[in-house]
Design a protein around this ligand. Structure first.
Ligand code: CUK
Ligand code: CUA
Ligand code: CA
Length: 636
């Protein structure tokens, strides 16, 4: 973000040089307003008026946002952690953080990347030690959340991961060939039969050293991944780059934005053209071409040519290129599946595309049915299921609520300036500050709930106690259930850097297990003293044991320096919430053992000495005493 203000501005750059000024002005105003309101609204964050809006009075009845101690939330929110590489789970409306799910990062409290299996998964998926998660999407059946999986991209290293929602654990990672900067992530709907990875950075394909300095040869691809196997099925190469993506609801269309149609190398080159693209992929036609062998195989992946001059784009195109202003960013399909709405980013408009028109028109631009002016820096759009769109305005530090059908009715006759006074823009609210994604409850399904809007703000500035130069972000909860009263800000929540997108799922649609089912695990279950065992063979020692309050099955284990040692451990507790771990000081080991879970860790005993194997979860009054001795005898 700060880069844009440091680099030399090019012509027409002023719009996105504004953020800093805007932030300071709004920061000052909002701080003043908050102080004035604080006393009267204890327990629930101040509701702030905006200077150009009188709706948000704070008088209207709000649903309970303080979930009392001991009570449960109505929704799960899954938020990407950005470059911390994880996924966070919040309760909505309390905004309590319930869990973090490590995905591309190593996390000792969950043993993730520490036990043999998750370590091998991370190593096989490229052996990187971080990832950049942006778009958590929950699997659906018939356009409704089915509670099976969440998918999450890694923009940094071109990967896609799957989280098993029975255990809230990452269970597969696909390292995608031919794609750098896997950004957008979204499944084909209605039934999550394909997961799409959207390639942002244009690179030579294959990226093996050829054409490194030949930008004309740089390309982006859309990747289709099988959600069951997590293998890449096919790719489509396109002109320009790809940014965000969303699926139609009908099993056919997939949409992406493109901001670098110029194939520019610098920010000003990438912002040269007045329009870039929204691409509409006809996935059924693409599947037919793959089936018919009409592709080039690159790094063992079938790559279909979707570039503008491809023969597959004559007549009935596989990729429609629509001209959309300007460096568009977010794209999302309305719950009824009728429209795809792209946010203009460097242009103050959103572009509304009618899916039903894509087939019939000669010029794909004729499928554009509205282009309302919504405000400065529109990034993402969410829906309440009542015909309204909510667009985040990064530069204005606001959310605009607008009426989709009203925008279509007045277009193209109205001048952009008229929108503010028309029925199109219904409400605006200040947020703090510079929002990226915003997400409404169940907004990505066919039937949003229309009560909560979660706005993920990039900057928090003055909203929290200072904690040094790294600021938390500010996730704000806005009530959208009362159209008369308008949007009402109800909560600020500091967030560890840095969430991008989220999905909000009604709590009754998920049914996580609270104890492991041993049948779901590949490792053999060890049930207690009867089948514990220490197997020694040719410099290998395998300790097959268990954990329970307050011991590890064996009091003492003696190995020789240089032995390869495996601990294969089952937590035989059946009581929920009784976790143990197996930690070995100075050997860099800590594996987590939830009830009925079996886990395994292997290491070389290369440091002679006495090591106290201990449990790192405070599991009982004798937790500190839950220890074993590992005796590593020096080699002769
Ligand atoms: S992106 Cu981050 S604010 Cu990756 Cu969906 Cu728009
Ligand atoms: Cu087991 Cu502490
Ligand atoms: Ca551009």
């Amino acid at each position: 973000m700060s880069d844009t203000t440091d680099s030399a501005p090019s012509e027409g750059d002023d719009e996105w040089l504004l953020p800093k000024l805007e932030i300071q002005r709004r920061g000052f105003m909002a701080a003043g307003a908050a102080t004035g309101l604080m006393g009267s609204l204890a327990g629930c964050t101040a509701i702030l008026d905006t200077e150009n809006d009188t709706n948000n009075t704070g008088d209207a009845a709000l649903p309970e946002t303080q979930v009392p101690p001991g009570e449960l939330d109505d929704y799960y929110a899954f938020l990407s952690g950005g470059h911390s590489g994880d996924v966070r789970v919040y309760g909505i409306p309390s905004m309590r953080q319930l869990m973090r799910i490590p995905v591309f990062n190593y996390e000792s409290a969950r043993g993730y990347g520490h036990d043999d299996e998750s370590k091998a998964m991370l190593e096989e998926a490229g052996d990187y030690h971080w990832g950049d998660t942006h778009h958590p999407r929950i699997s659906q059946t018939d356009n409704d959340y089915d509670g099976r999986w969440a998918f999450i991209n890694d923009k940094a290293n071109g990967r896609m991961a799957r989280i098993n929602l029975k255990y809230f654990e990452t269970d597969a990672i696909c390292d995608i060939p031919n794609q750098q900067g896997t950004h957008g992530a979204c499944a084909r709907l209605p039934d999550t039969d394909i997961v799409f990875g959207v390639g942002e950075f244009q690179v030579p394909i294959p990226n093996d050293g050829q054409d490194v300095d030949n930008p004309d040869a740089y390309e982006s691809v859309l990747t289709a991944i099988d959600p069951e196997t997590m293998n890449v099925m096919w790719q489509v190469r396109v002109d320009g780059n790809l940014d965000n993506g969303d699926s139609g609801k009908d099993g056919r269309w997939f949409f992406t934005t493109c901001y670098n149609s110029e194939t520019g190398l610098t920010d000003s080159e990438m912002a040269e053209a007045d329009t870039d693209y929204v691409m509409a992929f006809d996935t059924l036609q693409i599947e037919d071409l793959v089936e018919a062998g009409e592709y080039e195989e690159i790094n063992d992946i079938p790559v279909v040519d979707g570039r503008q001059n491809s023969e597959h784009n004559d007549g009935d195109p596989i990729v429609h290129y629509l001209d959309v202003p300007k460096n568009p960013h977010g794209i999302s399909v309305t719950p009824d599946g009728q429209y795809a709405i792209a946010s203009g980013k460097l242009d103050p408009t959103c572009t509304v595309i009618e899916l039903g028109l894509l087939d019939g028109v000669d010029d794909p631009n004729d499928a554009i049915v509205a282009q309302p002016t919504v405000g400065q820096g529109p990034l993402h759009t969410a829906y309440d299921g009542r015909g309204h769109a909510y667009t985040s305005l990064f530069v204005d530090s606001q959310v605009a609520k607008w009426d989709i059908e009203a925008a279509i009715d007045v277009w193209p006759d109205d001048e952009p300036d008229d929108y503010e006074d028309s029925e199109v823009i219904q409400d605006k609210i200040d947020v703090h500050y510079n929002p990226g994604h915003l997400i409404a409850s169940e907004s990505y399904t066919a039937d949003p709930e229309g009560d909560w809007l979660l706005c993920l703000n990039k900057l928090s500035q003055d909203r929290f106690l200072p904690v040094g130069p790294v600021f938390p972000e500010n996730d704000q909860l806005i009530y959208i259930g009362d159209d008369e009263a308008g949007m009402q800000l109800v909560k600020d929540t500091p967030a560890y850097p840095e969430p991008h997108d989220a999905s909000i799922v009604r709590a009754d649609k998920l049914d996580p297990a609270q104890v492991y089912d041993p049948d779901d695990l590949e490792l053999d279950h060890i049930s207690g003293d009867d089948d514990r065992e220490i197997i020694r063979e040719d410099g290998r020692v395998e300790i097959r044991t268990y954990s329970m309050r307050n011991n590890f099955g064996y009091r003492d284990i003696t190995v020789q320096e240089g032995d390869e040692v495996t601990f294969h451990v089952t937590n035989i507790e059946e009581t929920q919430d009784i976790l143990h771990s197996l930690a070995i000081p100075e050997y860099d080991i800590n594996i987590r053992l939830a009830p009925q879970e079996t886990s395994k860790v292997t290491f070389t005993a290369d440091k002679p000495g006495l090591y106290w194997v201990y449990c790192a979860f405070f599991c009982s009054a004798l937790h500190l005493e839950m220890r074993s001795r590992l005796l590593v005898e020096p080699a002769e």
